[in-house]
Design a protein around this ligand. Structure first.
Ligand code: HXC
Length: 528
């Protein structure tokens, strides 16, 4: 039942208005078959949704307005002339998500493997331009074999046009990618340029070169999924931000995220929601007495935010830092929190890059940032040094300094060394800095400090171990307290932990009309 829509249209040549409408309806129905019923069945047998079904899952009430349903390619090399289909390999349009206008494109694998032709790119670019002009988010649903091989450079040009728009629109409108099929070769760079990538387990795959090429070049024998599946990209590479078990769950997650975000970089998402928080009293006894005992910072987050509003980003990657969106009094806020439960919350390369990118997203879209600090320092070791912890750690510093949105920091326990500075210190232009009574602020932890500054005293002591412990206790007494920093004004206050939510709400309110600027420049040179 692979009928060409041209034949269909030509078969009903009548000039009566009624039959013209019938012709239109017939042609639109035909277009909905994409590459044909057989290919659609094959797609469904693989456990994958059809391109239009995906758009229906994305938009409110499953409804969207399609743009360019009749655009078809005009290529004829390598037998392409027999493959002209209304709409070609992508379906584009707009609709609403939780009442907010959103543009989207959905690649149709049933038409030439969803490969990107020049006209498919033109279609995507048209909705992209509309999204930019109207200040609305764009969602790209990827299921494609990449550049349409038969079209050669035309197809490459199509990708170039897309990359250009991804870059130009970065920081102007939120861009979301959903990977629900292959995304191979240079084609992965459009998703990579967007703000958030969603992948469906067992369905989405992203890789620069497929397993065959990997085997030929490196000898490694890997499956498509091991190479570039959702698990690989959410736990190892950090390319994916969200993973879902099914397409239905995935689109629900996309809708949920869009509901947290403003439409563009000048839209202030005001809210009348009055969502309450949980009982705060548990926080007063939350920090363990022993300094090296861990705890789950997500319990703190869940307690202080509007109940149940946390949307964690990159949950399975660099788990030593937790980032995500939540609501405070109905307003969206970005949270950056060290996670003592994972590698003691140390800052390493991956954690620094993850948090830096998140802070920059929040700043681009005027989302205030709340930082929750309990960090023993930067991760030592050759693998970190050779991997460029200096460069990557600097990204986080840069991101915090550059951000002009309201910035609120709470030091819960450790804030040692450079990590004290980087995690939203006053010096990095943060607006409100407070600590819990359990805070310890120092150049380094007591043990490390005493090993350096007390070395001679320890070695010349009658009982070196006793002396060392005495010096450690001394150091801890002096620095394992927030009051030294508060006395000097580096902290604005020391608060009871159970007052944190109220303090954040007050601070957000106080900072509502904050205006701050960076020095005039073309752009800075963040250490990439
Ligand atoms: C044209 C393509 C195509 C492509 C797939 N098809 N990819 N047609 N251009 N890039 C067609 C197939 O010929 C086939 O048509 C149909 O789509 C379905 O493909 P299958 O191979 O049968 O499907 P499947 O087994 O599921 O495998 C999917 C796949 C594989 C893994 C994506 O098709 C594949 O490896 N494709 C090529 C991927 C690739 O290397 N693309 C170029 C990347 S470079 P028929 O009619 O036979 O059913 C690139 C450069 C971008 O994209 C540069 C940007 C800077």
């Amino acid at each position: 039942m692979k009928k060409n829509s041209e034949n269909n249209t030509n078969s009903k040549k009548s000039s009566s208005p009624g039959s013209k409408i019938e012709n239109l309806q017939a042609r639109k129905s035909e277009a909905k078959l994409g590459g044909g019923a057989e290919r659609q069945e094959a797609q469904q047998k693989k456990g994958k949704k059809l391109a239009r079904e995906r758009l229906s899952l994305l938009f409110d009430n499953g409804k969207f307005t399609e743009i360019d349903p009749f655009v078809k390619h005009n290529s004829s090399d390598f037998g392409l002339d027999k493959t002209r289909k209304d709409g070609d390999s992508v379906i584009c349009g707009y609709g609403s998500v939780h009442g907010q206008q959103v543009f989207a494109f959905s690649q149709d694998f049933t038409v030439l493997g969803g490969s990107l032709s020049k006209v498919a790119s033109n279609k995507i670019c048209k909705v992209f331009d509309l999204a930019i002009k109207t200040g609305c988010p764009i969602v790209g649903i990827n299921d494609s074999g990449g550049a349409r091989i038969q079209e050669g450079v035309d197809s490459l040009s199509g990708y170039g046009e897309l990359f250009k728009r991804n870059t130009m629109a970065s920081g102007v409108i939120p861009q979301i990618t959903v990977v629900v099929g292959p995304s191979a070769g240079g084609a992965v760079y459009s998703p990579a340029l967007t703000d958030f990538i969603f992948m469906v387990e067992g369905v989405g795959q992203m890789y620069i070169t497929g397993p065959e090429v990997v085997k030929a070049v490196t000898g490694e024998d890997v499956s498509h999924d091991d190479l570039g599946g959702a698990n690989a990209h959410s736990t190892k590479s950090g390319v994916a931000h969200f993973v879902s078990q099914s397409e239905a769950d995935c689109f629900e997650d996309v809708r949920n995220l869009l509901n947290m975000l403003p439409s563009n970089n000048v839209d202030i998402k005001s809210s009348n929601e009055t969502s309450g928080g949980s009982d705060q009293s548990m926080l007063d006894n939350f920090i363990p007495d022993t300094p090296n005992q861990s705890y789950d910072v997500k319990e703190v987050i869940e307690t202080i935010i509007d109940s149940g509003s946390f949307v964690e980003v990159q949950e399975s990657y660099a788990q030593n830092i937790v980032v995500g969106f939540s609501k405070f009094g109905g307003e969206t806020v970005g949270i950056v929190a060290n996670q003592p439960d994972h590698m003691a919350g140390v800052l390493d390369i991956n954690a620094s890059s993850k948090a830096a990118r998140f802070v920059r997203f929040c700043d681009s879209f005027n989302i205030p940032i709340v930082s929750l600090v309990d960090v023993p320092g930067f991760m030592p070791g050759t693998s970190q040094e050779y991997g460029g912890i200096i460069r990557h750690g600097a990204k986080l510093l840069y991101a915090y300094v550059e951000a002009t949105v309201p910035k609120i920091t709470i030091i819960m326990r450790k804030a040692y060394g450079g990590a004290y500075i980087v995690m939203g210190s006053k010096e990095l232009r943060c607006d409100v800095n407070v600590a819990w009574p359990s805070a310890e602020i120092a150049v380094m932890g007591p043990e490390g400090a005493v090993n350096i500054i007390g070395r001679k005293e320890i070695s010349s002591a009658e009982d070196p171990e006793k002396k060392k412990q005495e010096l450690i206790d001394n150091y801890r007494d002096k620095f394992a307290t927030p009051f030294v920093a508060a006395e000097k004004g580096y902290l604005d206050d020391v608060i009871e932990p159970s007052q944190s939510r109220q303090h954040i709400l007050n601070s957000l309110n106080m900072l509502r009309n904050k205006v701050d600027h960076n020095l005039p420049k073309k752009h800075g040179n963040i250490p990439l």
